[in-house]
Structures are given as C-alpha cells and as structure tokens.
Write a protein that binds this ligand. Sequence first.
Ligand code: C5P
Length: 237
Amino acid sequence: MPSSDIAPRDRLIVALDLPGVEAAEAMVARLADSVTFYKIGYQLAFAGGLRLVETLAASGKKVFIDLKLHDIGNTVARGVESLARLGATFLTVHAYPQTMKAAVEARAGSSLKILAVTVLTSYDDDDLNEAGYRLGVIDLVEARARQAQALGVDGLVCSPEEAANLRKIIDRRMKLITPGIRPADAATGDQKRVMTPARAIAAGADYLVVGRPILGADDPRAAAEAIVAEIAPALAG
Ligand code: C5P
C-alpha cells in the first residue's frame, strides 16, 4: 500500500505539457483548487516556463521539474542548486550513480526531492543492447533502483506496471511516481502500457502524473476531480 500521509488530491500531478507560459497559466487558472501539484517538462521549461516554478510555489502549489538531468557531477550539482532555489518539490535525474550522488548532495538543506528515472519506458531489451548495455530492462531497472536507494535518492519515476515489483525492492521512504495513467474511459494516446488511477495506487504508486486526459478534456477541472475521486477509495482499499 502507498504511504497514507499524503492526501488523495496531493497525489495527482498534472503535466503542464503546453507550448508556453500563457497557455500554462490559463490551464492552472481553470484547474484552480482541483489541482495542487504541477509538472513542468522540456516543452514548457524551454519556452520560458521555469519562471512558473516560482509563481506556482508562491501561490501554494507544488512543482515537479522534469528535466531528467545527466552530466558530470559538478555540473549536475550546480544545476540542482539553482533549481532548488526556485522552490520546486521534485526534480528528475537519470539513474547514473555519479549523477544521483551529485544531485542528492546538492539538494541538501533545501526542500527539493530528487527522483531518479531508472530506464526510460520507451527502451526495450534490444534498445539497451544497441546502446551498449549488458543488462536487460528488468535487471537494469532493479539494479538502478537499489543504487538509487543506497545513494539517498527520494523516489523513482516508473511505469505503473513496474510499481508493484519496485515496492518489494525499495523501502517505504522512497516515493514511486507513475505516468502512463488513463481513467478507464480515456483514449490512450501514444502511451502503450497504461493503468487506471485506482490500479496504479493499488500497485504501490504514491503520485500519479497525468497530462492529456486532463489538458485535453472539455472540462479539465471535472477530469482532475474524477481522478482524485478514483484515488481516494484505492488508498482505503
Ligand atoms: O499526457 P500524458 O498523461 O501521457 O503525460 C504523461 C507525462 O508523463 C508526460 O509529461 C510525459 O513526458 C511523462 N512521462 C511519460 N512516460 C514516462 C515518463 C514520463 O509519459 N515513462
């Protein structure tokens, strides 16, 4: 079971995958108090969206910066220090030991939590082999999850299918954040392996990242409320 100290609403992270700050601000205004946590990724961050981190944090929202950092340790550390000053809650890095170690050390003293991406879900065993890796997806995810925990990383981004297995490997303090969430009646888009909010929570996910089912809904606020309503009973059950 996921940890119970987080309210159902605070477990929904809406991916602000939008082309610019204006569109993102309009969506945040529409979602109003139905959403407390937002994710800013490449598209919005590289269109000036990093300044939204500070305004969202100042208005009481939490922000997940999804930039999947990976570089030499010193560069990662200096980048993490800058991002920590913006007031973000989560930041992703790739799960390479040097990168994770540098990021964890650099976030000390701030409220920023580091999340590691073990293996990108677009990679299968053949892709890893082509990239020169010895291990397949399952073994590499497991090895990196263990390394992340040993290095003090705060959580992992994983597919909902991986969540139950990872829960057996890592301890409760590490958070599991899962994208690939689709309400039962939603279109899957380009996500191949999807799960409903309730099933992902039951599998051990602490936070759910949802983009298009909310951003593309006729009534985004109602779509967000429906997902929160699915999370609550799954936590109890
Ligand atoms: O629109 P959708 O709900 O598919 O958005 C999912 C979000 O989660 C996107 O911002 C995407 O980049 C991110 N993500 C993902 N699959 C992963 C990791 C991250 O879809 N394996």
